[in-house]
Design a protein around this ligand. Structure first.
Ligand SMILES: Cc1cc2nc3c(=O)[nH]c(=O)nc-3n(C[C@H](O)[C@H](O)[C@H](O)COP(=O)(O)OP(=O)(O)OC[C@H]3O[C@@H](n4cnc5c(N)ncnc54)[C@H](O)[C@@H]3O)c2cc1C
Length: 258
């Protein structure tokens, strides 16, 4: 279990939750991510899985009586501070198509110090395992914590392009960027055609001229962005599929399945 230590409105679309009680968590850099478990409305206690393996925790979760089953959502650990047992989670405050907050967004918006939640360490997703000359990173706002962490973890001589779509210019963040990495920010509110998050980033990928040499691409965020960008790289740029990692972080119009 973890608990909320601090809540900060980071920018127009982000709330940063600082979680405490995670003394055993070792920082892994890159896009270190976790699953958070929190109570559903009217639930004063919930049951956490005791297994941590990828399948084991989920089977236990499914076997938990519905009345004690928490919400589960995936988040990136934006900062991990083992000395204080703290983790920062940057949560996008979003609404669904009908204007309702998702449960995780609602939790972040209403959170106050002392609130308790479950935390399952899930490791890192950015693991290029083939030689490459440059890196392409693409994401929407849910991917900003991961893209920022990956860029900051790249070696000083890394070359590449990062395309990051955020709702407004006020949501941009500062982080270490190696000199040969170019970060292209897209502000959704300043362009036409941004009704669905990720679509402007997808257009930007299609307008990008690839750098020379072999690429490693990491494409994350709304599902249509991740799959559409992969399709473009494979079909139009001729990139081998093994050079492209893609993860749909969420699906437009569909809640997460747990
Ligand atoms: C590995 C991984 C790391 C992630 N890291 C982060 C992170 O650091 N920060 C972060 O904010 N998210 C992150 N996400 C995405 C996050 O898990 C989803 O956005 C999640 O659906 C939010 O849960 P919810 O309960 O608020 O909404 P849900 O109940 O899942 O969805 C409710 C409705 O809201 C819509 N929706 C969900 N997310 C968004 C959004 N961002 N914008 C607009 N509509 C949305 C859904 O389509 C649905 O219609 C990550 C996902 C993965 C897989």
């Amino acid at each position: 279990m973890a608990h909320v230590r601090h809540v900060e409105r980071l920018s127009p679309s982000f709330v940063r939750l600082t979680l405490g009680g995670l003394d055993q968590l070792a920082p892994r850099g890159h896009d270190h991510w976790c699953r958070l478990f929190f109570a559903r409305e009217g639930q004063d206690a919930f049951q956490l899985p005791t297994r941590t393996g990828e399948v084991g925790w989920y089977l236990q979760y499914l076997a938990t009586p519905r009345a004690r089953r928490p919400w589960v959502r995936a988040y990136t650990c934006r900062n991990v501070r083992p000395d204080t047992g703290e983790v920062d989670i940057d949560s996008v405050i979003h609404e669904d198509v009908a204007g309702r907050l998702g449960p995780a967004a609602q939790f972040a918006l209403a959170a106050s110090p002392g609130d308790r939640l479950g935390f399952l360490d899930q490791g890192i997703g950015f693991t290029p395992d083939h030689p490459h000359d440059w890196t392409l990173l693409v994401g929407d706002e849910t991917a900003l914590p991961a893209v920022a962490g990956v860029i900051a973890s790249l070696p000083e001589d890394a070359r590449g392009i990062a395309i990051i779509e955020v709702p407004t210019a006020g949501d941009r963040q500062e982080f270490r960027v190696p000199p040969e990495m170019e970060v292209r920010w897209i502000h959704r509110d300043e362009s036409a055609g941004g009704d669905q998050p990720g679509q402007l980033a997808l257009e930007a990928v299609k307008a990008t001229v690839p750098l020379g040499g072999e690429v490693h691409a990491h494409l994350i965020g709304e599902s249509g962005l991740a799959t559409g960008a992969r399709r473009h790289l494979v079909q139009e740029w001729g990139v081998p599929k093994r050079n492209v990692d893609f993860v749909g972080y969420w699906r437009h119009g569909r809640p997460a399945t747990t």
